[in-house]
Write a protein of this length. Structure first.
Length: 99
């Protein structure tokens, strides 16, 4: 039963970050973030980091692995959203100034 539990944990540790990978790659390539919520990704990141600390305290390697990779990918997504938001605000200011 212990082996089954470990396999299940590692399978989850692989699948969950893999779910973020296509979105992260798409955002890196296109830089299109319209429709993405910084608040939603921020709350998800807070939950993920909390789970990471929980995993560290429990010495749960699958959880630590999963949450570390997911946090890294989520930081990339949040960074791109923030970058685009700043660019859009600067562009709007420039348009108003030039009008």
């Amino acid at each position: 039963m212990e082996i089954f539990t470990q396999v299940l944990g590692y399978l989850a540790a692989i699948c969950i970050p893999l779910a973020f990978l296509p979105q992260t790659i798409k955002l890196i390539r296109t830089r299109k973030t319209s429709g993405l919520s910084i608040f939603s990704y921020g709350v998800y990141q807070l939950g993920g980091l909390t789970f990471l600390v929980f995993g560290i305290l429990r010495n749960d390697v699958p959880m630590i692995t999963c949450q570390s990779i997911t946090a890294f990918l989520n930081f990339i997504i949040i960074g791109i959203i923030i970058s685009n938001t700043i660019k859009n605000q600067k562009s709007q200011i420039k348009e108003v100034t030039n009008a």
